[in-house]
Design a protein around this ligand. Structure first.
Ligand code: MG
Length: 165
């Protein structure tokens, strides 16, 4: 078994939506990012790469590469999933904590979990998404951006159940 952690922050900028967990959520700001700026999936990818000791998302998807301009971060996640499978790892569980004053996460939580589960080939009950504010403290509290922390556990070996349980 291996544990991995990931963390990502993006600043708000001009725009009318944010993408979180692969869900496009209307908002009065966008995020400044080279890709779609999905902090939830970026943190999750870093957690998976961390667990496998494969560096970080910036090494695998450098923002100097035009292929990743505006990229759907679910592509990054699916790539991390294929790296796992190629090496014989399977996801035990993933737990994401989105830190933001807005937008509201609750209405989109199930869809985020489903997107992650679909991209990693596991059941939705292996993926948790929760959200918190910082009670108005700090940059996130001032509404300057949003952040996500991710923790994953992965296990070696596919006993035939990895896609079911
Ligand atoms: Mg990022």
């Amino acid at each position: 078994m291996r544990v991995g952690s990931g963390y990502d922050v993006h600043a708000f900028g001009p725009g009318d939506h944010v993408v979180l967990g692969g869900v496009r959520i209307p908002h009065d700001r966008g995020v400044i990012a080279y890709s779609d700026g999905d902090v939830a999936l970026h943190a999750l990818c870093d957690a998976l790469l961390g667990a496998m000791a494969l560096g970080d998302i910036g090494e695998h998807f450098p923002d100097s590469d035009p292929r990743w301009k505006g990229a759907d971060s679910r592509r990054f996640l699916r790539h991390c999933g294929s790296l796992m499978r190629d090496r014989g790892w399977r996801l035990v569980n993933a737990d994401l904590t989105i830190v933001a004053e807005g937008p509201r996460i609750g209405p989109h939580r199930v869809q985020m979990r489903q997107n992650v589960a679909d991209d990693l080939g596991v059941r939705i009950d292996r993926v948790n998404v929760k959200a918190t504010t910082t009670e108005g403290l700090g940059a996130v509290g001032r509404g300057e951006g949003l952040a996500c922390q991710a923790v994953v556990l992965i296990a070696y070996g596919d006993n035939g159940k990895s896609h079911n349980h």
